[in-house]
Design a protein around this ligand. Structure first.
Ligand code: SF4
Length: 1013
């Protein structure tokens, strides 16, 4: 039978030749069976479209090789049921589990628990089948191979045997079955009058073999191939092996096309000279840039889509005649999806989105993973907040649970919640008190409130906890469906994207049920069921299906560009390491084995040929783009392919888009871009007045940004709250009781005071193991307080040390419960560390024989104790606080001590006002508590075992010692209170950095990390 092989460069009319041949045959006999084989669905659709435009697609079968093989089998009455993905997955998993149980695959065994392992095996087996390598042949081949290859062969044979036992085939087996059919029955393809194979640039083993068998059976076989025979050009290397193999196998006639090209001038220049730059006598000019560099992939996408929008709007190019090809869908597809939505450009992706990445399915996977992760708190709270589930009653905010988990350090598990409920139902510890910052704790629900929350959480755990032990897969599917009904998952689905994903998910469950009835019941644990489901979700794709046909811009991968034609094409990602893509060897089928088996290599693939094909897909417009900065802000080198095009053209063919480029408003591709452009020009033209409201918001945002850039803080965005002056005046009016720690917070940083004290904001942190600074401070203070209260002689070191050991042991054992933290694995070591530090503290402070403690945790203005009244500019300020310790010497003089867990304090802190407590405590000991006259005071660092900022050493022009420190503090207090009342709260980074617990650190642009315990 006649076989023709048409070899010609791209865009010279190969597909038109095929269509003309079909039309000629149809004119002779309108019912002649014609089959067209193309590489993928996109090309099949494009071919059908061109055929219809030429006047006759009716009755012509256009599809992929597997469609042809399926037709051959069907025509011959060979009906083989095709295994779905879940069934294939199930058979592979059964084989792996059996082999592991029998200790047959020691090398591959560690991969068994990974959900992706069966998907990898599925790909390996499919590739072997595509190359016509049966399990028997692969077993023979690997006899002398590595142990891992022999294990792969064992799994391949096992899988194949299981498939044959149930009488099903997988998609990879179709070519093998078709090959057997064609070998047994030489008339099996005789019904095909014309077989056209178009759009391929390489053929795999099974395709080559089957074409050879078909060539003897069909009436006519016409194959097209790009390039030129025996071409030395690098651009054509990719096609040479395929061409030579076809000629050797089929001995075809080789018709020629007239010397013509349908490429536009730019693409023609590239097609003729790419990778052969020495041919070019002089560089070509380009009317408009065809090489575009943008800072990042995101900006590259923005510029590319803007280019398309301009073509569609101004040059009437239809959207379906536009295409983008990228080398890296993971990077580019999400960006293209988002920015196309902003620009209002409908896009159609050639690649299905992985089901696991759909927002609804991703939320579902997180929910199902909870029991396996022992209900890790962060994930649990995310699930409770998820809009896809109706788990929490509306009246109970998840924030309440988050607050409890944070204070009680619930990291994971029902047990930790149970312990917390036990405490909250019965305990009244940790009520909010006016102590120093590091000892404050938020209020939590207690008593009956805690009991009802416990009931709710118990019901959630019951709902989300799967049954224990092993169960048949069908039972797991039922449990899953019931649970999803219960949380109203399906009712919560709203968007088209989610609906499509859920449809695909339902299909998957149906296929899973079918696979169970075909392959028999399988019992497994919940973890095994979850792994298996996750693996299926990973391997299954979905695409958003709206109602009806909508014209859209095509987004495909570089290798999908061949065989298609468009009016405008953009090729993206032409930077080093992006395209050509960095090749990695196959870990299962190494290069030697691939070569021996005739599989396509994984290294040194001819990507230049792919690029050459992609470049020649345009009939009018071409744009090649790349990012020029890496994620670290370093210059990103262009790829060799970019340079190959750049070398053909003058400098004007390339443009680099910079961040601050002044762009005409008319070039804005979305209302966002238009508004930003108008903002740069400082005016919104009259014709865009309908954007007035958004314009005002943007101006407002610009003011905020400008305020942030100012060296001096002073705007309302930085704590100058003129608008709230009346409220603040009222709140902080005369008669207000001030706390030493509160004013000290203002002294550290006024904005910190505003956020933490005035607005009472607190950072919501994920629970972690161990104590935070506040809990640590509270525990150490409590140990020291109890130690001195319980000792028989506070002036005797041995007595105090003995008391310390007893108290510390008691406090350490109750600390996690009392302070609400989750002890980490280091808790025992931490106890030894802090006991040692406390021993040194009491040794140093008690060994100082002149001084004896007379008051520990002495309160003023609290618990019915008198307030400290401070005279400031003729007005009295009322204060409250807690003095850690007051000592007295034999002369009856006092010293005050404030314990700290860390930090550095100096005289400058007193002068600036970032430290107020100590002098105020000295004043309170004297005036409020009447304990005597203080002559000294210092901060004692428990972690550093030394004191600092001794009040006795303070000197001012008019006084010295404690009195001087009190004068300094009074001066600062007066200033601070006036500023608070006049609404001045600028952010001022404290010396030594910002405190860990400043809530503004989440957004404050002056934040600088400071001391941590
Ligand atoms: S982060 Fe630092 S500068 Fe900003 S408010 Fe907090 S303490 Fe002040």
């Amino acid at each position: 039978m006649p076989v023709e092989l048409l070899i010609a460069p791209p865009a010279t009319g190969k597909t038109s030749f095929c269509i003309e041949r079909i039309m000629t045959l149809r004119r002779e006999n309108s019912l002649s069976p014609v089959v067209v084989v193309v590489p993928d669905r996109m090309q099949a659709s494009a071919f059908r479209h061109r055929l219809a435009s030429a006047g006759g697609a009716l009755g012509v079968k256009v599809g992929r090789f597997n469609d042809l093989f399926g037709s051959l089998l069907e025509h011959s009455g060979h009906q083989v049921p095709l295994a779905s993905m879940p069934l294939v997955h199930r058979l592979i998993r059964d084989g792996v589990d059996g082999a592991v149980a029998n200790d047959d695959i020691p090398y591959l065994m560690p991969l068994q628990p990974f959900p992706g392992f069966s998907l990898v095996l599925q790909d390996v087996f499919a590739e072997l089948k595509r190359a016509f390598i049966s399990s028997d042949r692969f077993t023979q081949f690997t006899q002398a191979g590595t142990p891992m290859q022999r294990e792969l062969a064992r799994l391949y044979s096992d899988y194949q045997a299981r498939l044959e036992t149930i009488g099903w085939a997988d998609a990879g087996q179709i070519p093998l079955l078709a090959g057997s059919l064609l070998e047994e029955n030489t008339q099996a393809a005789a019904w095909i009058q014309l077989l056209v194979v178009d759009g391929f640039d390489s053929l795999n083993g099974s395709q080559q073999h089957l074409l050879k068998l078909l060539s003897g059976q069909t009436v006519n076989l016409l194959i097209t191939f790009p390039g030129a025979r025996n071409s030395p050009r690098r651009a054509h290397q990719r096609f040479q092996a395929g061409i030579e193999q076809l000629i050797a196998d089929l001995k075809p006639q080789m018709p020629e096309l007239p010397k013509q090209t349908f490429l536009p001038p730019i693409a023609k220049t590239i097609e003729e000279h790419i990778f052969d730059e020495t041919d070019v006598a002089e560089k070509q000019s380009a009317e408009a840039p065809i090489l575009l560099e943008a800072r990042s992939p995101a900006e590259e996408v923005r510029e590319t889509l803007r280019w398309f929008k301009k073509l569609v709007v101004r040059e009437d190019i239809p959207l379906p005649a536009c295409a983008i090809f990228t080398p890296n869908p993971e990077t580019y597809h999400p960006l293209l999806r988002d920015i196309a939505q902003e620009f209002g450009i409908p896009v159609r992706f050639s690649l299905d989105e992985p089901l696991e990445q759909s927002p609804a399915i991703s939320a579902l996977v997180n929910l199902l993973a909870l029991p396996i992760q022992n209900f890790r708190t962060r994930q649990l709270l995310n699930t409770l907040r998820s809009p896809y589930f109706n788990i929490m009653p509306k009246e109970i905010p998840v924030d309440t649970l988050e607050r409890i988990s944070r204070v009680a350090r619930i990291v994971e598990g029902m047990e930790q919640w149970d312990e917390t409920w036990d405490r909250l139902e019965n305990s009244s510890e940790l009520e909010k008190q006016d102590l120093a910052d590091e000892r404050n704790a938020p209020n939590l629900p207690r008593g009956t409130q805690a009991a009802s929350l416990r009931e709710l959480m118990d019901s959630i755990f019951t709902l989300l906890t799967p049954p224990g032990q092993v169960h048949p897969q069908m039972d797991w599917i039922k449990w899953l469906e019931d649970m999803l009904e219960e949380v109203r998952f399906f009712e919560k689905i709203e968007s088209d994207r989610d609906h499509s994903a859920i449809e695909a998910f339902r299909d998957l469950l149906r296929a899973l049920v079918l696979s169970e009835s075909v392959a028999g019941s399988r019992s497994l644990t919940y973890e095994q069921f979850f792994n298996s489901l996750q693996s299926l979700l990973n391997g299954k794709g979905y695409r958003e299906t709206g109602s009806g046909y909508h014209p859209a811009l095509l987004v495909g991968r570089m290798q999908e560009a061949r065989g298609l034609r468009f009016q405008a094409v953009a090729l993206m990602g032409l930077s080093e390491g992006s395209f050509p893509i960095t090749e990695r060897p196959d870990p299962f089928l190494d290069e030697d084995l691939r070569a021996a088996l005739g599989l396509e290599p994984r290294l040194n693939r001819e990507q230049a040929g792919l690029f050459y094909q992609a470049l020649t897909r345009t009939d009018e417009h071409l744009l090649i783009t790349r990012p020029y900065l890496t994620a670290d802000g370093e210059e990103w080198e262009p790829s060799v392919f970019w340079k190959a095009v750049e070398n053909l053209f003058e400098e004007t063919a390339r443009t680099r888009v910079k961040a601050n480029d002044d762009r005409p408003l008319a070039d804005a591709a979305s209302s966002q871009e238009l508004l930003f452009g108008a903002l740069q020009r400082k005016s919104l033209p009259q014709q865009f007045k309908f954007l007035e409201e958004r314009w005002r918001h943007l101006q407002h945002a610009r003011e905020i940004l400008n305020a942030r850039k100012d060296k001096e803080a002073g705007s309302e965005y930085e704590g100058t709250l003129a608008a709230a002056a009346a409220d603040l005046q009222e709140r902080y009016a005369a008669g207000q009781t001030w706390s030493a720690s509160g004013l000290e917070t203002y002294g550290k940083c006024p904005f910190f005071f505003l956020v933490n004290r005035a607005l009472e904001l607190a950072e919501i942190e994920p629970p972690e193991l161990g104590m935070d600074a506040r809990q640590l401070g509270s525990m150490l203070h409590s140990i020291l307080e109890q130690t001195y209260k319980e000792t028989s002689d506070p002036a005797d070191v041995e007595s105090v040390q003995a008391s310390l050991h007893l108290v510390a042991e008691r406090e350490f054992s109750s600390a996690p419960r009392k302070y609400g933290f989750r002890a980490s694995a280091l808790w025992e070591i931490e106890q030894d560390h802090w006991l040692e530090k406390l021993e040194k503290t009491v040794q140093e402070l008690t060994g100082d024989s002149d001084w004896t403690p007379i008051a520990i945790e002495a309160r003023f203005g609290l618990d019915d104790k008198p307030f400290l009244q401070v005279k400031l500019a003729g007005k009295t300020i009322r204060m409250r606080g807690v003095i850690d310790r007051v000592d007295r010497n034999e002369q009856g003089q006092l010293r005050v001590i404030d314990y700290k867990t860390g930090g550095t304090f100096s005289k400058r802190d007193l002068e600036k006002g970032s430290r107020l407590q100590l002098p105020l405590y000295a004043l309170a000991a004297r005036d409020a508590l009447g304990l005597g006259t203080p002559v000294d005071g210092f901060y004692w660092f428990i972690n550093a075992e030394k004191s600092s900022l001794k009040l006795i050493k303070i000197k001012t022009e008019n006084s010295s010692g404690v009195d001087a420190s009190i004068d300094l503090v009074k001066g600062n207090m007066g200033k601070f209170i006036n500023r608070i009342r006049s609404s001045q709260f600028p952010p001022i980074k404290p010396d030594g950095g910002c405190p860990d617990y400043c809530p503004a650190s989440l957004w404050c642009w002056h934040f600088e990390r400071g001391w941590r315990p």
